[in-house]
Design a protein around this ligand. Structure first.
Ligand SMILES: *Cc1c(COP(=O)(O)O)cnc(C)c1O
Length: 393
Protein backbone atom coordinates (compact mmCIF):
# COMPACT_ATOMS: atom_id res chain seq x y z
CA UNK A 1 0.00 0.00 0.00
CA UNK A 2 1.25 3.50 -0.88
CA UNK A 3 2.32 4.99 2.45
CA UNK A 4 0.44 8.19 1.71
CA UNK A 5 -2.81 6.29 1.27
CA UNK A 6 -5.15 4.04 3.21
CA UNK A 7 -6.55 2.08 0.24
CA UNK A 8 -7.80 4.87 -1.99
CA UNK A 9 -8.22 7.30 0.95
CA UNK A 10 -5.85 9.90 2.34
CA UNK A 11 -3.19 11.40 0.08
CA UNK A 12 -1.77 14.88 -0.14
CA UNK A 13 -4.25 17.17 -1.86
CA UNK A 14 -2.62 20.50 -1.09
CA UNK A 15 -1.38 23.55 -2.99
CA UNK A 16 2.11 23.09 -4.48
CA UNK A 17 3.73 25.51 -2.03
CA UNK A 18 2.91 23.28 0.95
CA UNK A 19 4.69 20.22 -0.48
CA UNK A 20 8.17 21.17 0.85
CA UNK A 21 6.73 21.67 4.35
CA UNK A 22 5.03 18.26 4.30
CA UNK A 23 8.16 16.62 2.91
CA UNK A 24 10.29 18.09 5.72
CA UNK A 25 7.73 16.95 8.30
CA UNK A 26 7.61 13.42 6.89
CA UNK A 27 11.41 13.09 6.94
CA UNK A 28 11.69 14.47 10.47
CA UNK A 29 8.85 12.34 11.81
CA UNK A 30 10.32 9.15 10.41
CA UNK A 31 13.79 9.86 11.80
CA UNK A 32 12.40 10.95 15.21
CA UNK A 33 10.55 7.66 15.62
CA UNK A 34 13.87 5.82 15.22
CA UNK A 35 15.75 8.10 17.61
CA UNK A 36 15.89 6.69 21.13
CA UNK A 37 16.55 10.14 22.65
CA UNK A 38 13.33 11.48 21.14
CA UNK A 39 11.35 8.40 22.17
CA UNK A 40 12.74 8.46 25.72
CA UNK A 41 11.89 12.14 26.12
CA UNK A 42 8.34 11.51 24.87
CA UNK A 43 7.93 8.53 27.20
CA UNK A 44 9.25 10.62 30.10
CA UNK A 45 6.76 13.46 29.48
CA UNK A 46 3.90 11.01 28.96
CA UNK A 47 4.60 9.45 32.34
CA UNK A 48 5.71 12.34 34.54
CA UNK A 49 3.83 15.25 32.98
CA UNK A 50 0.67 13.95 31.27
CA UNK A 51 0.00 11.12 33.74
CA UNK A 52 0.41 7.92 31.74
CA UNK A 53 -0.32 5.07 31.84
CA UNK A 54 -4.00 5.81 32.35
CA UNK A 55 -5.98 3.13 34.26
CA UNK A 56 -8.18 0.52 32.60
CA UNK A 57 -11.11 0.63 35.00
CA UNK A 58 -13.50 -2.33 35.34
CA UNK A 59 -16.91 -0.65 35.43
CA UNK A 60 -18.67 -2.97 37.83
CA UNK A 61 -21.95 -1.14 38.34
CA UNK A 62 -22.25 -0.26 34.65
CA UNK A 63 -21.69 -3.95 33.88
CA UNK A 64 -24.41 -4.91 36.40
CA UNK A 65 -26.75 -2.38 34.79
CA UNK A 66 -26.66 -4.29 31.48
CA UNK A 67 -26.08 -7.81 32.94
CA UNK A 68 -24.07 -8.83 29.89
CA UNK A 69 -20.38 -8.59 28.83
CA UNK A 70 -17.84 -7.08 31.25
CA UNK A 71 -17.21 -3.38 30.52
CA UNK A 72 -13.82 -1.72 30.94
CA UNK A 73 -13.15 2.01 30.61
CA UNK A 74 -9.84 3.38 29.30
CA UNK A 75 -9.43 6.49 31.43
CA UNK A 76 -7.99 9.14 29.07
CA UNK A 77 -10.16 11.61 31.01
CA UNK A 78 -7.58 11.47 33.82
CA UNK A 79 -4.79 12.97 31.71
CA UNK A 80 -3.45 16.49 32.26
CA UNK A 81 -5.79 18.97 30.48
CA UNK A 82 -8.61 16.40 30.64
CA UNK A 83 -8.53 14.52 27.36
CA UNK A 84 -6.46 12.37 24.99
CA UNK A 85 -5.48 15.48 22.97
CA UNK A 86 -2.34 15.98 25.09
CA UNK A 87 -0.83 12.70 23.73
CA UNK A 88 -0.66 14.23 20.26
CA UNK A 89 0.26 17.77 21.30
CA UNK A 90 3.25 16.64 23.36
CA UNK A 91 4.50 14.44 20.50
CA UNK A 92 4.14 17.14 17.86
CA UNK A 93 5.67 19.85 20.07
CA UNK A 94 8.74 17.67 20.68
CA UNK A 95 8.93 17.20 16.93
CA UNK A 96 8.63 20.96 16.34
CA UNK A 97 11.49 21.52 18.76
CA UNK A 98 13.59 18.84 17.02
CA UNK A 99 12.98 20.64 13.71
CA UNK A 100 14.20 23.89 15.27
CA UNK A 101 10.84 25.66 14.83
CA UNK A 102 10.27 28.72 17.00
CA UNK A 103 6.53 28.89 16.68
CA UNK A 104 3.58 26.50 16.50
CA UNK A 105 0.07 27.12 15.24
CA UNK A 106 -3.05 25.05 15.84
CA UNK A 107 -6.75 25.05 15.00
CA UNK A 108 -9.35 24.36 17.61
CA UNK A 109 -13.12 23.81 17.73
CA UNK A 110 -14.27 23.44 21.31
CA UNK A 111 -10.86 24.55 22.49
CA UNK A 112 -9.56 21.21 23.82
CA UNK A 113 -6.83 20.84 21.21
CA UNK A 114 -5.96 24.55 21.54
CA UNK A 115 -5.55 24.15 25.29
CA UNK A 116 -3.48 20.95 24.94
CA UNK A 117 -1.19 22.61 22.37
CA UNK A 118 -0.84 25.84 24.39
CA UNK A 119 0.03 23.65 27.40
CA UNK A 120 2.74 21.69 25.58
CA UNK A 121 4.08 24.92 24.04
CA UNK A 122 4.36 26.57 27.46
CA UNK A 123 6.13 23.48 28.82
CA UNK A 124 8.68 23.46 25.99
CA UNK A 125 9.06 27.22 25.65
CA UNK A 126 7.68 27.63 22.11
CA UNK A 127 5.48 30.51 20.92
CA UNK A 128 1.89 29.37 20.22
CA UNK A 129 -0.97 30.84 18.16
CA UNK A 130 -4.38 29.22 17.86
CA UNK A 131 -7.02 29.74 15.15
CA UNK A 132 -10.60 29.44 16.36
CA UNK A 133 -13.92 30.24 14.66
CA UNK A 134 -15.65 33.36 15.98
CA UNK A 135 -18.73 31.32 16.94
CA UNK A 136 -16.61 28.85 18.89
CA UNK A 137 -14.79 31.71 20.65
CA UNK A 138 -18.18 32.94 21.88
CA UNK A 139 -19.38 29.45 22.85
CA UNK A 140 -16.16 28.36 24.58
CA UNK A 141 -15.05 31.39 26.58
CA UNK A 142 -13.49 29.31 29.32
CA UNK A 143 -11.07 27.53 26.98
CA UNK A 144 -10.18 30.85 25.29
CA UNK A 145 -9.25 32.19 28.72
CA UNK A 146 -7.23 29.03 29.45
CA UNK A 147 -5.22 29.36 26.22
CA UNK A 148 -4.48 33.04 26.90
CA UNK A 149 -3.44 32.25 30.47
CA UNK A 150 -1.03 29.66 29.06
CA UNK A 151 0.55 32.41 26.96
CA UNK A 152 -1.01 31.60 23.58
CA UNK A 153 -2.50 34.09 21.14
CA UNK A 154 -6.01 33.28 19.93
CA UNK A 155 -7.04 34.43 16.43
CA UNK A 156 -10.78 34.73 15.85
CA UNK A 157 -11.77 33.45 12.39
CA UNK A 158 -14.86 35.16 10.99
CA UNK A 159 -14.96 33.59 7.52
CA UNK A 160 -17.45 30.89 6.42
CA UNK A 161 -19.41 29.22 9.19
CA UNK A 162 -16.98 30.66 11.79
CA UNK A 163 -16.30 27.19 13.21
CA UNK A 164 -13.65 24.45 13.14
CA UNK A 165 -13.54 23.89 9.37
CA UNK A 166 -12.81 27.60 8.79
CA UNK A 167 -10.20 27.65 11.57
CA UNK A 168 -8.35 24.79 9.78
CA UNK A 169 -8.46 26.77 6.49
CA UNK A 170 -6.87 29.78 8.21
CA UNK A 171 -4.22 27.66 9.92
CA UNK A 172 -3.21 26.15 6.54
CA UNK A 173 -3.02 29.65 5.05
CA UNK A 174 -0.66 30.71 7.85
CA UNK A 175 1.42 27.51 7.48
CA UNK A 176 1.90 28.02 3.72
CA UNK A 177 3.78 31.26 4.34
CA UNK A 178 5.42 30.49 7.71
CA UNK A 179 6.62 26.88 7.64
CA UNK A 180 10.31 27.89 7.57
CA UNK A 181 10.04 28.69 11.29
CA UNK A 182 6.56 27.34 12.20
CA UNK A 183 5.04 23.88 12.73
CA UNK A 184 1.30 23.33 12.29
CA UNK A 185 -0.03 21.00 15.02
CA UNK A 186 -3.17 19.35 13.59
CA UNK A 187 -5.42 18.08 16.36
CA UNK A 188 -6.92 14.93 14.87
CA UNK A 189 -6.04 12.03 12.54
CA UNK A 190 -6.86 14.06 9.44
CA UNK A 191 -5.26 16.43 6.93
CA UNK A 192 -2.69 15.57 4.24
CA UNK A 193 -0.02 12.89 4.67
CA UNK A 194 1.94 12.57 7.00
CA UNK A 195 -0.58 13.99 9.52
CA UNK A 196 -3.04 11.06 9.78
CA UNK A 197 -0.18 8.57 10.23
CA UNK A 198 1.65 10.83 12.67
CA UNK A 199 -1.36 11.60 14.87
CA UNK A 200 -2.21 7.88 14.90
CA UNK A 201 1.34 7.12 16.03
CA UNK A 202 1.17 9.52 18.98
CA UNK A 203 -2.32 8.35 19.98
CA UNK A 204 -1.56 4.61 19.63
CA UNK A 205 -0.26 4.66 23.18
CA UNK A 206 -3.94 4.38 24.21
CA UNK A 207 -4.37 1.01 22.50
CA UNK A 208 -0.89 -0.25 23.35
CA UNK A 209 -1.55 0.27 27.07
CA UNK A 210 -5.11 -1.06 26.88
CA UNK A 211 -3.93 -4.24 25.15
CA UNK A 212 -1.37 -4.99 27.87
CA UNK A 213 -3.84 -4.09 30.62
CA UNK A 214 -6.68 -6.28 29.33
CA UNK A 215 -4.31 -9.21 28.69
CA UNK A 216 -3.16 -8.95 32.30
CA UNK A 217 -6.71 -8.73 33.70
CA UNK A 218 -8.58 -11.14 31.44
CA UNK A 219 -5.77 -13.24 29.99
CA UNK A 220 -7.04 -12.61 26.46
CA UNK A 221 -7.98 -9.99 23.89
CA UNK A 222 -11.22 -7.99 24.23
CA UNK A 223 -14.24 -8.79 22.05
CA UNK A 224 -15.34 -5.21 21.37
CA UNK A 225 -13.71 -1.77 21.29
CA UNK A 226 -15.97 1.30 21.31
CA UNK A 227 -14.82 4.91 20.76
CA UNK A 228 -16.42 8.16 19.62
CA UNK A 229 -15.25 9.58 16.29
CA UNK A 230 -14.85 13.27 15.49
CA UNK A 231 -11.79 13.49 13.25
CA UNK A 232 -10.97 10.06 14.58
CA UNK A 233 -7.82 10.35 16.71
CA UNK A 234 -8.94 8.76 19.98
CA UNK A 235 -10.64 5.93 18.08
CA UNK A 236 -7.67 5.15 15.81
CA UNK A 237 -5.37 5.39 18.84
CA UNK A 238 -7.37 2.72 20.66
CA UNK A 239 -7.92 0.55 17.55
CA UNK A 240 -4.34 0.65 16.20
CA UNK A 241 -2.74 -2.38 17.89
CA UNK A 242 -5.95 -4.45 17.56
CA UNK A 243 -6.58 -3.95 13.82
CA UNK A 244 -4.61 -7.08 12.94
CA UNK A 245 -6.61 -9.20 15.42
CA UNK A 246 -9.75 -10.00 13.43
CA UNK A 247 -11.61 -11.41 16.45
CA UNK A 248 -11.76 -7.93 17.99
CA UNK A 249 -14.76 -5.94 16.78
CA UNK A 250 -14.02 -2.24 16.25
CA UNK A 251 -16.90 0.22 16.59
CA UNK A 252 -16.71 3.98 15.98
CA UNK A 253 -19.57 6.15 17.21
CA UNK A 254 -20.42 9.32 15.28
CA UNK A 255 -22.63 12.24 16.26
CA UNK A 256 -26.22 11.61 15.18
CA UNK A 257 -27.20 15.13 16.34
CA UNK A 258 -30.94 15.67 16.05
CA UNK A 259 -31.29 12.49 13.95
CA UNK A 260 -29.91 11.50 10.53
CA UNK A 261 -33.21 12.32 8.80
CA UNK A 262 -33.20 15.95 10.05
CA UNK A 263 -29.91 16.61 8.23
CA UNK A 264 -28.58 18.10 11.49
CA UNK A 265 -25.83 15.67 12.45
CA UNK A 266 -22.20 14.73 11.79
CA UNK A 267 -22.61 11.08 10.70
CA UNK A 268 -20.25 10.84 7.74
CA UNK A 269 -19.94 7.05 7.54
CA UNK A 270 -23.15 5.92 9.19
CA UNK A 271 -25.11 8.62 7.32
CA UNK A 272 -25.19 10.21 3.87
CA UNK A 273 -21.48 11.14 3.56
CA UNK A 274 -19.90 10.79 0.11
CA UNK A 275 -16.30 10.51 -1.04
CA UNK A 276 -14.68 13.90 -1.30
CA UNK A 277 -11.62 15.98 -0.47
CA UNK A 278 -11.43 18.27 2.52
CA UNK A 279 -8.35 19.69 4.22
CA UNK A 280 -5.85 17.82 2.10
CA UNK A 281 -7.12 14.25 2.02
CA UNK A 282 -9.69 12.04 0.33
CA UNK A 283 -12.27 10.66 2.73
CA UNK A 284 -16.00 10.68 3.36
CA UNK A 285 -17.41 14.19 3.57
CA UNK A 286 -20.90 15.54 4.26
CA UNK A 287 -21.69 17.57 1.15
CA UNK A 288 -24.64 18.63 -0.96
CA UNK A 289 -25.18 17.47 -4.54
CA UNK A 290 -22.93 20.27 -5.84
CA UNK A 291 -20.09 19.18 -3.55
CA UNK A 292 -20.55 22.12 -1.16
CA UNK A 293 -19.61 21.19 2.41
CA UNK A 294 -22.71 20.76 4.52
CA UNK A 295 -23.38 22.33 7.89
CA UNK A 296 -23.12 19.84 10.72
CA UNK A 297 -24.63 19.70 14.19
CA UNK A 298 -23.83 17.94 17.45
CA UNK A 299 -24.38 18.72 21.10
CA UNK A 300 -20.67 17.95 21.49
CA UNK A 301 -18.36 20.39 19.70
CA UNK A 302 -15.59 17.80 19.40
CA UNK A 303 -17.63 15.56 17.08
CA UNK A 304 -19.01 18.40 14.96
CA UNK A 305 -16.88 18.15 11.78
CA UNK A 306 -18.02 17.43 8.18
CA UNK A 307 -15.22 14.96 7.26
CA UNK A 308 -13.57 11.98 8.97
CA UNK A 309 -9.93 10.87 9.15
CA UNK A 310 -8.98 8.85 6.01
CA UNK A 311 -8.02 5.65 7.83
CA UNK A 312 -11.55 5.41 9.23
CA UNK A 313 -12.90 5.77 5.69
CA UNK A 314 -10.67 2.82 4.78
CA UNK A 315 -11.67 0.68 7.80
CA UNK A 316 -15.30 1.39 6.90
CA UNK A 317 -14.86 0.58 3.20
CA UNK A 318 -13.09 -2.72 3.97
CA UNK A 319 -15.62 -3.63 6.68
CA UNK A 320 -12.89 -4.00 9.31
CA UNK A 321 -14.59 -1.43 11.57
CA UNK A 322 -18.23 -0.51 11.91
CA UNK A 323 -19.57 3.02 12.40
CA UNK A 324 -22.78 3.78 14.25
CA UNK A 325 -24.40 7.01 15.35
CA UNK A 326 -25.96 8.21 18.58
CA UNK A 327 -28.27 11.25 18.85
CA UNK A 328 -27.81 14.24 21.16
CA UNK A 329 -30.58 12.97 23.43
CA UNK A 330 -29.08 9.47 23.67
CA UNK A 331 -25.64 10.97 24.40
CA UNK A 332 -27.10 12.99 27.27
CA UNK A 333 -28.59 9.79 28.68
CA UNK A 334 -25.15 8.14 28.42
CA UNK A 335 -23.63 11.14 30.19
CA UNK A 336 -25.95 10.68 33.20
CA UNK A 337 -25.74 6.89 33.16
CA UNK A 338 -21.96 6.91 33.56
CA UNK A 339 -22.07 9.63 36.22
CA UNK A 340 -24.61 7.69 38.29
CA UNK A 341 -23.25 4.16 37.91
CA UNK A 342 -19.50 4.86 38.08
CA UNK A 343 -19.11 8.34 39.57
CA UNK A 344 -17.41 9.56 36.38
CA UNK A 345 -18.71 12.60 34.46
CA UNK A 346 -17.57 12.03 30.86
CA UNK A 347 -17.00 14.59 28.11
CA UNK A 348 -20.09 14.82 25.88
CA UNK A 349 -18.00 13.33 23.07
CA UNK A 350 -17.15 10.26 25.16
CA UNK A 351 -20.79 10.07 26.32
CA UNK A 352 -21.63 9.07 22.71
CA UNK A 353 -19.52 5.93 23.12
CA UNK A 354 -21.20 5.17 26.46
CA UNK A 355 -24.66 5.73 24.96
CA UNK A 356 -23.98 3.21 22.20
CA UNK A 357 -23.69 0.49 24.88
CA UNK A 358 -27.49 0.51 25.18
CA UNK A 359 -27.62 -0.92 21.65
CA UNK A 360 -24.51 -3.10 21.83
CA UNK A 361 -24.82 -4.77 25.23
CA UNK A 362 -28.00 -6.82 24.62
CA UNK A 363 -26.13 -8.61 21.78
CA UNK A 364 -23.10 -9.51 23.93
CA UNK A 365 -22.44 -12.57 26.11
CA UNK A 366 -21.50 -12.59 29.80
CA UNK A 367 -18.18 -14.26 28.94
CA UNK A 368 -17.19 -11.39 26.63
CA UNK A 369 -15.45 -8.06 27.32
CA UNK A 370 -15.88 -4.55 25.96
CA UNK A 371 -13.40 -1.65 26.20
CA UNK A 372 -14.86 1.84 25.91
CA UNK A 373 -12.46 4.72 25.39
CA UNK A 374 -13.28 7.54 27.79
CA UNK A 375 -11.61 10.20 25.65
CA UNK A 376 -12.14 13.10 28.08
CA UNK A 377 -13.80 14.41 31.21
CA UNK A 378 -16.99 16.40 31.35
CA UNK A 379 -15.99 19.45 33.40
CA UNK A 380 -15.92 21.52 30.20
CA UNK A 381 -19.55 20.58 29.46
CA UNK A 382 -21.38 21.01 32.76
CA UNK A 383 -21.98 24.78 32.42
CA UNK A 384 -23.50 24.34 28.93
CA UNK A 385 -25.70 21.47 30.12
CA UNK A 386 -26.98 23.19 33.24
CA UNK A 387 -27.86 26.30 31.16
CA UNK A 388 -29.72 24.01 28.72
CA UNK A 389 -31.75 22.49 31.55
CA UNK A 390 -32.56 25.94 32.98
CA UNK A 391 -33.91 26.99 29.56
CA UNK A 392 -36.27 24.02 29.52
CA UNK A 393 -37.79 24.88 32.90
C1 LIG B 1 -11.56 16.44 20.45
C2 LIG B 1 -12.22 15.38 21.22
C3 LIG B 1 -12.84 14.27 20.60
C4 LIG B 1 -12.94 14.10 19.11
O1 LIG B 1 -11.74 14.04 18.43
P1 LIG B 1 -11.15 12.70 17.84
O2 LIG B 1 -9.99 13.16 17.03
O3 LIG B 1 -12.20 12.04 17.03
O4 LIG B 1 -10.73 11.85 18.99
C5 LIG B 1 -13.39 13.29 21.40
N1 LIG B 1 -13.38 13.39 22.74
C6 LIG B 1 -12.81 14.45 23.38
C7 LIG B 1 -12.86 14.50 24.86
C8 LIG B 1 -12.23 15.49 22.64
O5 LIG B 1 -11.68 16.52 23.28
Amino acid sequence: MNKKRFGEFGGQFVPELLIPALRELETEFSSATQDSRFLNRLAYLNEHYAGRPTPLHFAERLTKHFKKARIYLKREDLLHTGAHKINNSLGQLLLAKRMGKKRVIAETGAGQHGVATATAAALLGIQCEVYMGKKDVQRQQLNVYRMKTLGARVHEVDSGSQTLKDAINEAFRDYASSFHDTHYVIGSALGPHPYPAMVKYFQSIIGTEAKQQIQKREGRLPDYLVACVGGGSNAIGLFAPFIRHSSVQLIGVEAGGKGIRTGQHAARLGGPGKKGILHGSLSYVLQDKNGQIQKTHSVSAGLDYPAIGPEHAYLHATGRARYESVTDTQALNGFRLLAQTEGIIPALESAHAIAYLSRLMPKTKKSETVIVNLSGRGDKDVAQLSAREEEKK
